[in-house]
Design a protein around this ligand. Structure first.
Ligand code: ADP
Ligand code: MG
Length: 745
């Protein structure tokens, strides 16, 4: 598919990065766009966030500038300023109908948490007053014991704190008539260990900024730049199914995916859904979702049908990583909430339907100066842009050295269905550079600098249609980590995942490589004086050592699996294979060295990831057994009785019915297989329980789940699906794939 022609939306993104790449668009015409957008979106965009005019109107210029410094440069905020901000925030929230506020945070459960407090207090005379001061804004004290902590906190020492993150705007959540002020916060234990997703991300941004600034100083481009930030745009895929049908399936209700279910005769063979016209009911839903997102200042941009039936995608404009990560959590929650109002259920699970495309989250990531210059944009400086190449080489080195831990950041029970299977993207992490960048890097590996091929125009051969600027680099849809013109796209994150964790790890490993490269360049400069010569020397060495991680071919092919193994790249299929990467001692040291996580925090986090995997798999196993025993087997037995009666009655009248007899035989065989598989699954669960009771490690329990329990679940599914294809449709006890995927169209 010619993606350039097919995706006009990306051409008109009003981002500084994209405007830079649109030479045909003058400043004046882009300003025109901005004015139109303001007229169309201005009133509602961000109306429920404490940003822009909502803040400016309520704070003195001095306070405002202090707050802005905190938001932009991370300057500490003193108590007096916090009081003023709190008072303005309260006033704004109450004007907007809020009665309560909450510290909104992201514990290691993978979702968000909130504890509401009302603004109510009593004065000395016992009269009700409205109160919210700097203290309540900055800090709150939820009970930490009921959130996963990987053993950092025992229940008897449960104190935990949430701490205001001024870099992510406070917002108001509407729930029917109720409105609550939500304050994005970090969640830490009483002893200061992070217990959430946000804290490591913020710390990793600090680490990356510090190292990237060194590179800017080396190349003399640091003037006026205070820090380097990472930018993030996450494309979220999702499925929409009928709510009533979904509620008739315990697997969808409890696990968010179908554990059994025979394929529908139609899937995505015809490719007729991708970018097809959006169904009427879905378009109404999307508009309602966008309405909610705009209010919260979430810049939803693109919406379209995805590959599988009833699969769709939403993508926002990119933002600073921390804000984008918060907005991603809110987007997932809004997608799900609004669906229920529209009689639908939104499935974010990585693999809701066997045999159909899974659900991922493409993580578009770049580094940018706080003045808005994208450091991964090659065209800006033209020619042999060594600073750009330094950052690219740092990413190449980071991925080669730490492919295993980046792989581990996306390991989860759900994502195993995508990464471990022959699906998009594979479990092997490699980088796609595209032709132009690939050519420049090959030259650089030889110690030569070369021009970055300037992007040509695509002439469509018709006069009325403007020529399109060709992006630097084609797209490769099969690569898990692709350079696409001015950013890297990490495509292995699962549909339900929080993006904060993978990005925290990505930032940390890239920071380490930038640090290493900067130190080497500085050393070479000391030795021979020229920045350029030093950089070329160091970068060519990096590429020669690490170019095995670059792969521009088809990542789905069997040859790549062989080739990757030859190159020594890690092939980590399942969660039990992937998570142990975090246990390596030197990995703990890296996180500690860059102050992203202490070894104790990392250990705890990995324990939680293992534990979550185990619990999710146990819930799936118990649900599958329940459905097999209470739904599939009774249906099978009824049909078996019917067939047996037919065979008996037929032979009683002196006739033979070999077809019916054969069907009965097959059915009995599948029922027997199903019963055996259920027995094996139960045995595997008991074994896990005894491992747990005897204090077996979560690592070993996960290994057992992956190697022993999962094959029994696959056998259960195989038998149930075979029975479904034989059993009478009019009495099958749950909605089928055809009902779920096509009935609504
Ligand atoms: P596609 O599906 O073709 O990859 P989309 O338009 O759906 O493209 O999504 C691309 C995403 O990449 C958007 O969220 C966009 O804002 C984001 N993006 C663009 N430039 C950058 C950048 N410099 N940093 C981070 N994200 C970016
Ligand atoms: Mg993309």
């Amino acid at each position: 598919m010619n993606s350039v022609a097919a995706r006009p939306a990306t051409f008109f993104e009003l981002t500084p990065a994209n405007l830079e790449r649109m030479p045909a668009m003058t400043d004046e015409s882009s300003a025109g766009f901005v004015r139109d957008a303001a007229a169309q979106f201005g009133d509602r965009f961000g109306s429920l966030t404490f940003t822009g005019e909502n803040v400016r109107r309520r704070l003195s210029p001095a306070t405002l500038s202090r707050l802005e410094r905190t938001m932009r440069f991370g300057d500490p905020l003193d108590r007096a300023i916090a009081d003023q901000v709190a008072s303005a925030m309260k006033e704004w929230a109450i004007e907007n109908g809020c009665t309560h506020y909450c510290h909104w945070f992201q514990p290691l459960t993978g979702s968000t948490a909130e504890k509401h407090d009302s603004f109510l207090n009593l004065d000395v005379n016992g009269q009700p007053i409205v109160e919210f001061d700097g203290n309540s804004l900055i800090r709150s004290e939820p009970d930490a014991s009921s959130f996963p902590s990987g053993g950092i906190r025992d229940t008897w020492e449960a104190r935990g704190y949430t701490a205001w993150d001024p870099t992510s705007p406070a917002f108001i959540v509407r729930n029917g008539g109720e409105r609550t002020l939500c304050i994005p916060t970090c969640f830490v234990s009483w002893t200061g260990e992070s217990l959430d997703q946000k804290t490591p991300l913020l710390r990793s941004e600090e680490a990356l900024s510090k190292q990237a600034m060194r590179v800017l100083r080396i190349f003399g481009t640091a003037d006026g730049v205070s820090r380097v930030v990472t930018t993030l745009g996450c494309e979220q895929e999702y499925f929409l199914v009928d709510d009533e049908l979904a509620s008739m399936r315990p697997d969808l209700v409890l696990c968010g995916r179908t554990l059994i279910g025979a394929n529908s005769p139609k899937g995505h063979q015809l490719d007729d859904h991708y970018f097809g016209s959006i169904p009427h009911d879905v378009q109404a839903y999307m508009a309602a979702v966008e309405e909610r997102l705009y209010e919260l200042g979430i810049p939803a941009k693109t919406r379209h049908n995805e590959v599988a039936p009833r699969q769709f995608e939403i993508a926002p404009l990119f933002e600073r990583a921390n804000v984008a990560a918060d907005h991603q959590m809110l987007t997932m929650s809004i997608l799900q909430k609004v669906a229920r109002h529209h009689g639908m259920r939104c499935l974010l699970h990585e693999k809701p339907f066997a045999g159909l495309n899974g659900t991922g989250k493409h993580n578009n990531w770049a580094m940018s100066t706080d003045t808005g210059h994208n450091l991964l944009n090659p065209s800006k400086m033209g020619g042999h842009n060594l600073q750009f190449l330094t950052f690219v080489c740092a990413v190449v080195r980071a991925l080669d050295l730490h492919a295993d831990i980046l792989r581990a950041t996306v390991a989860s029970a759900g994502n195993d269905h995508r990464l471990g299977a022959n699906e998009a993207p594979p479990a092997i992490l490699s980088i796609y550079t595209g032709t132009e960048l690939g050519a420049v890097l090959s030259e650089l590996a030889q110690g030569k600098t070369s021009e970055f091929a300037t992007s040509a125009d695509i002439d469509l051969g018709t006069t009325p249609i403007p020529t399109l600027e060709r992006h630097p680099g084609d797209r490769n849809r099969t690569s898990p980590f692709a350079f696409i013109g001015n950013r890297f796209e990490f495509r292995a994150i699962g549909g339900t995942a929080s993006v904060a964790w993978p990005n925290a790890v990505l930032n940390t490993i890239v920071a380490e490589s930038i640090d290493w490269i900067a130190t080497e360049i500085e050393r070479h400069i000391d030795a021979n004086g020229s920045v350029e010569a030093a950089a070329v020397d160091v970068l060519s060495g990096v590429l020669r050592e690490h170019d095995r991680v670059i792969f521009n071919g088809d990542n789905y092919s069997a040859q790549w699996h062989e080739e990757a193994t030859k190159r020594g790249l890690p092939v980590l299929r399942g969660t039990a294979d992937a998570l142990p990467a975090f246990r390596q001692n030197d990995i703990g040291e890296i996180f500690e060295h860059y102050s992203v996580m202490s070894k104790a925090e990392l250990t705890a986090r990995v324990d939680v990831l293992f534990e979550t995997y185990i619990q999710v798999m146990l819930i799936e196993a118990r649900t599958a057994i329940m459905m097999a025993e209470t739904m599939v087997l009774p249906a099978a037995t009824r049909y078996q009785t019917e067939l047996a009666a037919a065979v008996a009655a037929t032979s009683e009248v002196g006739l033979e019915c070999p077809g019916t007899g054969g069907r009965l035989n097959d059915l009995v065989a599948w029922v027997t297989k199903l019963e055996t598989a259920i027995g094996q699954a139960r045995a595997a669960i008991s074994e896990q329980e005894s491992m747990e009771h005897s204090g077996g490690s979560v690592d070993a329990q996960s290994r057992h789940i992956q190697d022993t329990l999962i094959p029994t679940l696959e056998a259960i599914r195989g038998a149930c699906d075979a029975i479904e294809t034989m059993a009478p449709a009019d009495s099958w006890p749950m909605p089928t794939y055809t009902d779920l995927l096509f009935a609504a169209d």
